[in-house]
Design a protein around this ligand. Structure first.
Ligand code: T5A
Ligand code: NA
Length: 206
């Protein structure tokens, strides 16, 4: 927190990765450590979020294009609020963000540039942590398989698109098989390392 106070706005951290890689677990811990506001995508509390949730549970059919645009719109719904909080000096931790949108829809066969387009203009996270591990290991975790995307062959494809996106700057790959505490410590170390070496935070857009 000491390190973060030197900036004129809050820090924006995103957690990304395969299903059951531990994003929500880490997002919760991290938001406590950074005294940050936690946001989650999909945000299932809005009207759009409820439709998305129905789709994920297999209760509603939609074309790949339509669900992709809804996921993006569901991020835009929160954008003004995220921007405002960052400007007010609040740190934000996001449990998934636009990279999930791209990786999941690209894995269905939609062109990657098409997938990125509706998120263009959203604020870019200062750091994105990508939790990854072999699908066979993650699929042993609690509740796996309840939603439509949670099958191994699809998750493999999603993983290969995440690997591609993770080559972008400010992405940090994390071994999701480490213990919860080890992962948390690694994330916190990376954050202090980066912020100690940064004099001002640029506000970049996707
Ligand atoms: N999606 C999402 C899109 O297609 N497009 C988009 O634009 C977006 C935003 C729902 C789906 O939507 C897709 C991606 C998803 O398929 P969701 O609501 O984030 O996304 O899904 P959830 O089911 O909530 O979350 P995940 O399934 O991805 O799980 P998490 O958050 O990665 O994992 P978590 O923390 O809940 O942990 C899972 C289990 O593992 C244990 C936990 O205790 C829990 O039981 N665990 C560990 N076990 C051992 N070692 C560790 N280090 C562990 N960390 C956690
Ligand atoms: Na989650």
């Amino acid at each position: 927190q000491q390190t973060i106070k030197k900036f004129n706005r809050g820090v924006f951290i995103a957690l990304e990765g395969l299903d059951k890689s531990g994003k929500s677990t880490q997002a919760k811990l991290l938001s406590q450590k950074l005294n940050a506001k936690k946001v989650s995508f999909p945000d299932r509390t809005t009207q759009l979020g409820l439709i998305i949730s129905d789709y994920l549970r297999g209760n509603k059919n939609m074309s790949d294009e339509v669900i992709h645009l809804l996921f993006s719109a569901n991020r835009w719904e929160q954008h003004t609020s995220i921007l405002k909080q960052l400007q007010d000096g609040t740190n934000i931790v996001s449990d998934r963000y636009a990279y999930s949108g791209v990786a999941f829809s690209a894995a269905k066969g939609l062109p990657i540039e098409w997938c990125k387009a509706p998120d263009a203009g959203l604020i870019q996270p200062d750091m994105t942590f990508y939790l990854t591990a072999p699908i066979e290991e993650l699929s042993k975790r609690g509740d796996y398989g309840k939603e439509i995307y949670e099958n191994s062959s699809f998750q493999q494809k999603v993983g290969s698109f995440f690997d591609q996106l993770a080559l972008e700057e400010n992405f940090y790959k994390i071994d999701a098989l480490k213990s919860i505490d080890e992962i948390q410590a690694e994330i916190l170390n990376r954050i202090s390392e980066k912020l100690n070496n940064t004099s001002s935070l640029q506000q970049k857009k996707l």
